[in-house]
Design a protein around this ligand. Structure first.
Ligand SMILES: [Zn+2]
Length: 196
């Protein structure tokens, strides 16, 4: 028996309950206008600590809740889809959530880090930047990364939060902010120079 098999009964109940019929008008316009980015840790499932229900949010999960290039690409894609297919929005808030006692911190151990770099081919220096050692700091770094990324829709907002695993509480550390407009003045200058 596979591990998922024990949950198939819950799935049948879900299908019979019909909640799946109540969907957003477009799948990239979740009911609560939220795009949650959080850790893969089972304690940090936003359905649990935010009480998210069906269709209420887009959820991206990565180790540490860190905003990797893949996370950034998906976020920019969804913003782009809203711009193209639902111009008037509503635009969403991307909520970056890191947490205390994060397993990403195991990568602070040089030996473990080197071992995984060898196993995976990942760059060891990049792995060293991954741990959410001080979650409030890494959240700010990742919120800034999104705000500065030119491919992110300037019509969304980005906020930052720390989830405290020892209390079940979410603490907001960065209020919702719009990314810089694109193309930025600096980038426009580059384009002008490039074409000249
Ligand atoms: Zn974690």
């Amino acid at each position: 028996m596979s591990n998922i098999e024990s949950l198939l009964g819950r799935n049948r109940a879900f299908a019979e309950g019909g909640a799946w019929r109540h969907t957003p008008r477009l799948p990239f316009l979740p009911f609560k206008g939220l795009y949650v980015i959080t850790c893969i840790d089972p304690r940090t499932d936003p359905a649990g600590f935010l009480g998210l229900e069906f269709g209420e949010a887009i959820v991206a999960r990565a180790v540490g809740g860190r905003v990797t290039d893949a996370v950034l690409r998906d976020l920019s894609y969804i913003g782009y889809l809203v711009e193209q297919k639902a111009t008037e929005g509503p635009y969403f808030e991307a909520a970056v959530i890191h947490h205390t006692d994060c397993g990403s911190r195991l990568l602070e151990d040089p030996e473990l880090r080197r071992g995984f770099a060898e196993r995976s081919g990942c760059d060891e220096d990049k792995l060293a930047q991954l741990p959410a050692t001080v979650p409030a700091d890494t959240v700010h770094a990742d919120v800034d990364k999104i705000l500065k990324a030119p491919q992110i829709s300037p019509r969304i907002t980005v906020s930052g939060h720390v989830y405290h695993t020892d209390a079940g509480l979410l603490e907001t550390v960065a209020k919702p902010t719009h990314p810089g407009t694109w193309p930025s003045p600096a980038r426009l200058q580059e384009c002008v120079r490039g074409s000249g």
